[in-house]
Ligand binder design. Sequence first.
Ligand SMILES: [Zn+2]
Length: 234
Amino acid sequence: MFLLGHVAYSYIVSKSSAKPLGAKIPISLAIMLGILPDLDILLQGLGVPHHTLTHSFIFWLPVAIIFAAKLGSKSIPLILGIYSHLAADAIVGTVPALLPISSIEVGLSLPIPSLYDAALEVGGLTAALLYMYTNGDLSILLRGSRQNLTVSVPVIAIVALSTLFANHNEISIVTYAFSRWAMTAITIGHIILLALLSTGVCTGVLTYWTTLGGNLDSLPASSSLESKRRQKRS
Ligand SMILES: [Zn+2]
């Protein structure tokens, strides 16, 4: 599955499981959890093949145990967010679920890109957008909040990983993105996702800037207080 689907399903799974547990998961974290296993694309230049160890269920077990030990039940949304990536890749394609113990590939082997994959990815984005609308995150992204600044991390990750993935396969990213209609639908989904997240980063910067301006405005008030004190002393 492409990052579009991973971001959507990780967001839905981690956010919806966090609510009943009373855990607060920022938008950026809910998204990044689903991107983590594909960070192995960064290591392809060093000879580490994509879709190997970081796509093993066993590989993430120590991480899950550490999260559970530190956070208790509130670790569940984090663990589910990461494992949603492996589950999605096991539906579209297969994953080496038992590496390094066994290299057996597990999954439904649905082709990628394909009609099924496009439906799952675009459907996931639609569901995530509806959920964002109902839980207020869409409003946070559009209206602005300081926490939106952290959304820049998944934005950079999505752009960098997509570019590196295309480069490694020696295909022009534009040619690949519009190579067939299923890929075109997935590309349009990525553009909508990146446009929304980038808007969130911009509103975050504006909110930060405005708040910073407000804080600076309060400085003359305190300095005038100081000058009054000086006048009293004199
Ligand atoms: Zn993957």
